[in-house]
Ligand binder design. Structure first.
Ligand code: NDP
Length: 453
């Protein structure tokens, strides 16, 4: 490899995709540096998947304590208290531990970590503060950042970034949006005892998910006391910094202790100087790349949230592996964006893989739909009024299972295994011939016999 330049590869952004690309490329003998302005591990480790899941566990623990009553435990409600500061402190300690692991992983791989904010001086030169580094290749892996819609009072709105470090929990909260983050945080806050209202501009939240899943999740969330208000948006917010008055498009007004926007994330490309070099940005602001993560500038590639592919850590990790092979390996490998399994960690969880019923119908194929709704065994004794949903979308002619959808405890865990079957092209007959694991909820996926449509 050329040693005319300081590095073979400089990656801007030490998130999931950037770190994976760095390690894989260094292992192939490349001289690699990663520039990072914030924290090692990116959104996922610091203000995303990991702390979110810890908060979800925290919120769910409250339900577990309540459910224990039916199993013979005496849990006097007035003796159970919750300490938000302890949860945040413990979460912070875990994130610091993970930051350390990331630092050591990079160091052990021989990757140089450069702290600071990067910009590109030319197609092979990265500037960080008063330092300049040259590299044969440069990869943009800068990720994404929350967007708050432009309404009067938007300055007082929090995003997921701040929610992870909230000094204290309010009594009431308004969550703005109807995607992954909104639904997950509604579950977290409500589970921790906050009176929670979720506002969504459309008719039904979780656009893009299977309609049955959307309706079922809404019903379960309402049962848990979350106030879901659809078909309404925020017009303006007034605050004295302790209380918030939220004016809605239907003319009503909500008083609350906190407003959190979970209204999407934009590509983080500020100050990089990409367009000046000829790197194209799409109308949505994402870096435009081809199937090989190549931008319009031959030495510059990009991956992860910044290119607008599904904003999911495992997608960025897979992209990092493919790009490393392309730059420093056998040049083979490509991304397959079909049937990406995903979970929403609301309560109960959503797990989904493959086509929704609506997407499958658009293909014009005749379908068979299998659907089962039931009370999970745990809640026979707990007495909790929570139900689970499972659904299979099957192509009638080929018998292939096109999509699997679940709402219920551990849906994410269960869907990962189902995803392997779907990826392998499993038929409904193969699901049927698979012996169930009894007694589990998951066995329902192999015991649904009668189509409902
Ligand atoms: P999403 O794109 O999932 O959802 C954004 C929500 O905000 C939508 O409901 C959207 O409505 C609404 N919205 C957008 N603009 C406005 C506006 N101007 N006024 C009112 N509402 C608006 O974004 P998130 O921020 O929830 O999450 C970002 C991404 O992060 C996700 O797409 C996902 O890929 C990833 N993620 C994954 C998680 C996981 O794997 N468990 C967890 C958290 C995030 P509409 O539907 O009408 O467009």
């Amino acid at each position: 490899m050329s040693d005319k330049q300081d590095y073979d590869l400089i990656i801007i952004g030490a998130g999931s995709g950037g770190v994976r690309l760095a390690r894989m490329s260094a292992a192939k003998g490349a001289r690699v540096a990663v520039v990072e302005s914030r924290y090692l591990g990116g959104t996922c480790v610091n203000v995303g998947c990991v702390p979110k899941k810890l908060f979800v566990y925290g919120a769910h623990a409250g339900e577990d304590i309540e459910d224990a009553g039916g199993y013979g435990w005496n849990v006097p409600g007035d003796q159970v208290t919750f300490d938000w500061t302890r949860l945040v402190a413990n979460k912070n300690a875990e994130i610091e531990r993970l930051n350390g692991i990331y630092a050591r992983m990079l160091e052990n791989a021989g990757v140089t970590v450069i702290q600071g904010t990067a910009s590109l001086a030319d197609a092979n030169t990265v500037v960080v503060g008063d330092q300049t580094f040259t590299s044969k290749y440069i990869t943009i892996a800068t990720g994404s950042w929350p967007v708050v819609p432009d309404v009067p009072g938007k300055e007082c709105v929090l995003t997921s970034n701040e929610m992870f470090y909230l000094p204290q929990l309010p009594k009431q909260a308004v969550i703005w949006g109807g995607g992954y983050i909104a639904v997950e945080f509604a579950g977290i806050l409500a589970g921790l005892g906050v009176e929670t209202t979720l506002l969504y501009r459309g008719e039904l939240f979780l656009r893009g998910f299977d309609d049955d899943v959307r309706e079922f999740t809404a019903a379960e969330m309402r049962k848990k006391g979350i106030n879901l208000r659809f078909g309404v948006n925020i017009e303006s917010i007034e605050t004295d910094n302790a209380h918030y008055a939220v004016n809605l498009t239907d003319g009503s007004r909500l008083n609350t202790g906190l407003v959190m926007a979970a209204t999407g994330r934009r590509a983080l490309v500020d100050g990089l100087g990409l367009e000046e070099l000829g790197v194209q940005l799409s109308a949505s602001g994402h870096v435009v790349v081809d199937d090989c993560f190549q931008t319009a500038v031959p030495s510059i590639t990009a991956l992860g949230d910044v290119i607008g592919t599904p904003q999911l850590t495992p997608v960025a990790l897979a992209q990092g592996m493919v790009l490393s092979r392309r730059l420093f390996g056998d040049g083979k490998g490509e991304m397959d964006y079909n049937s990406i399994p995903t979970a929403v960690f609301c309560q109960p969880n959503i797990g989904t893989v493959g086509l929704t019923e609506a997407e499958a119908r658009e293909t014009g194929h005749k379908l068979r739909i299998y659907r089962s709704e039931f009370k999970p065994m745990k809640h026979t004794l707990s007495g909790r009024d929570e139900r689970s949903l499972m659904k299979l979308v099957v192509d009638d002619e080929s018998d292939r299972v096109l999509g699997a959808h679940m709402v219920g405890p551990d849906a994410g865990e269960i869907t990962q295994g189902i995803a392997v079957a779907i990826k392998a092209g499993a038929t409904k007959a193969q699901f049927d011939s698979t012996i169930g694991i009894h007694p589990t909820s998951a066995e329902e996926f192999v015991t649904m016999r009668e189509p409902v449509a």
